[in-house]
Design a protein around this ligand. Structure first.
Ligand code: HXC
Length: 510
């Protein structure tokens, strides 16, 4: 028996060393952790249980039968994050560059399927050179199997991807099908085709970083939801994110003890909105003053900054916060903001996370760039997402709610459950100046008359009372009581029951 135990220990040790010490050292020299070290940081100490440590590839071309490394380039299994079950796979760059063989894909599919069966999130850590070139079509088949599981799991369990090295070719599409993607600055990059292919096809000279680094995807393309300084910071932030998420669509969001009273007043909010309607203010101040203990996990902070999306808690339970940000482009809805928020709203709706929306929006962004880019379709995504969402929806209009953007931002008309406005709210078709210039065009040559008309419009329309008279706003609340009013609304909505008409699935304007 002792021999058998020793043989097993030896086999485990061989698997743990992956592609060997030299490749591990090279990984460290690049500032990266190994696949197993990443799992250790991500999961609660001692909680990781590995599957398929002894799996080997079955390729016999190009002398591959002589090169077999147990585990075959991906470490898979399950563990806990703050006591809650998660499944993980972590690509091992030291083994054939983390490239994907059929056997490697089967390991990933196994944890994906177990996660769905047991209702727990999957976290994938990527650091790989794409398809195992020696395996040809078997590798492509393996990718497709993973994609299939990604799609079937979508909306059932949270799926999170963390890019911590190269992520190219077939490797990019699995993350793209998941709910959130994060990258590590400087050491990770993502692209469909690398710089060499780009040069051949388009004659563009690009580096890994300028083509697909964290700076590109977190700021320009919006493909990723956040970029972190290094592996450790990224993994610690994923732990934080998991704390906000339900384990599956069968669960309610997690609740935790809180030491922040539901009726905490924030007197400073009474002066948050400046007297001049064109002066910006920081909407994040409102968010952090409303959520429990000021703790807010922002999604895509560097992309579409005119809208803020992220997770907070009210009375210990997770809420999804969506808020226009007057500090960036006056909080206007453009293509990027609409896409970003629509996806976030849909995530929350999939996973029973109530939505809290703060509105200060001057409308949709005008211009050819936006129209040519399909603002109509992209703006419709956000409208669609809010309209179809059946989770509790509480809305607070702090200042502007103009035009179509008023409708879109979780208005009463899109089944907003509780809609509040601050006394500073201006709910109208457009701002006073624009409105007067259109309806009193004939008086354009008379600045005095125009000024009087503008004043008249402001008095009559640039306020929350017209909407409140019609019941589109349930109450006009004191800013300092915002937390309390949201908290009590969410209490009343705890057992909300609302279902959409039966359909195979909807046809959101993609
Ligand atoms: C097999 C691979 C590999 C791959 C890397 N390796 N990529 N083995 N298949 N795809 C091996 C290398 O041979 C090397 O082995 C080790 O991994 C480390 O690779 P290096 O090139 O030394 O590392 P580095 O210089 O850091 O470069 C990393 C890299 C580069 C940029 C990822 O390896 C690279 O360009 N790889 C190929 C990427 C690619 O074209 N993949 C196919 C995409 S097509 P040794 O033994 O020397 O350590 C695709 C289609 C799928 O994925 C579509 C499905 C929908």
């Amino acid at each position: 028996m002792q021999d058998l135990i020793e043989a097993l220990e030896q086999k485990r040790a061989d698997a743990r060393i992956g592609g060997g010490q030299a490749r591990i050292d090279s990984q460290h020299a690049k500032g990266k952790l190994t696949a197993r070290e990443r799992i250790q940081v991500l999961l609660d100490e001692g909680s990781f249980e590995e599957y398929d440590m002894f799996v080997e590839h079955r390729c016999s071309d190009f002398g591959m039968e002589e090169q077999k490394i147990p585990g075959d380039g991906v470490v898979t299994g399950h563990g806990t994050i703050n006591g809650r079950l998660v499944y993980v796979f972590s690509k091992d760059f030291t083994v054939f560059g983390g490239s994907l063989s059929r056997a490697h894909a089967e390991k990933i599919v196994k944890v994906q399927q177990m996660a769905v069966k047991n209702g727990a999130p999957v976290i994938g850590i990527f650091d790989a050179g794409g398809a195992r070139i020696q395996e040809g079509v078997d590798s492509l088949a393996g990718y497709a199997d993973i994609f299939m599981e990604n799609v079937l799991s979508s909306g059932v369990i949270p799926q999170i991807s963390v890019i911590m090295g190269p992520c190219a070719g077939g490797d990019v599409y699995s993350p793209a099908l998941t709910d959130f993607i994060f990258m590590v600055k400087d050491t990770s990059y993502m692209y469909v085709t690398g710089p060499d292919v780009v040069k051949t096809v388009t004659n563009e000279e690009v580096t890994h970083e300028t083509l697909g680094g964290a700076s590109v995807h977190a700021k320009k393309s919006g493909v990723v939801d956040g970029a972190f300084e290094n592996d450790i910071e990224a993994l610690i932030q994923i732990r934080r994110l998991i704390d906000y998420l339900p384990a599956s669509n069968r669960d309610k969001p997690p609740a935790r003890p809180v030491h922040d009273s539901f009726d905490r007043q924030e007197m400073s909010l009474d002066t948050l909105v400046p007297p001049n309607p064109n002066t910006p203010y920081d909407m994040k101040e409102l968010i952090t003053k409303v959520v429990d203990e000021g703790d807010f996990f922002e999604i895509s902070p560097q992309f579409g900054g005119n809208i803020i999306c992220g997770f907070g808690r009210i009375e210990g339970s997770t809420v999804g916060v969506v808020a226009n940000q007057p500090m960036t482009l006056a909080g206007v809805l453009d293509i990027d903001a609409s896409r970003k928020a629509a996806r976030f709203v849909r995530f929350c709706d999939c996973f029973n996370i109530p939505l809290v929306t703060f509105v200060d929006v001057p409308g949709f962004m005008p211009g050819t760039k936006q129209e040519y880019g399909g603002l109509i379709k992209h703006g419709a995504k956000l409208l669609f997402a809010y309209a179809e969402a059946t989770v509790p929806k509480v809305t607070v209009i702090t200042r502007k709610a103009y035009g179509g953007a008023y409708d879109v931002m979780s208005s009463k008309h899109l089944r907003g459950d509780v809609n509040y406005a601050w006394p500073t709210a201006e709910i109208a078709v457009m701002g006073a100046k624009g409105a007067v210039e259109i309806i009193f065009r004939k008086e354009a040559g008379d600045p005095e008359k125009l000024a009087a008309r503008t004043k008249e419009y402001e008095t009559n329309f640039a306020n929350p009372y017209v909407a409140a008279k019609r019941g589109y706003i349930d109450d006009i609340i004191m800013p300092h009581n915002t937390r309390k009013r949201i908290a009590t609304s969410l209490r009343t909505l705890k057992n909300k029951s609302l279902t959409n008409p039966w359909k195979k699935h909807d046809n959101i304007p993609l």
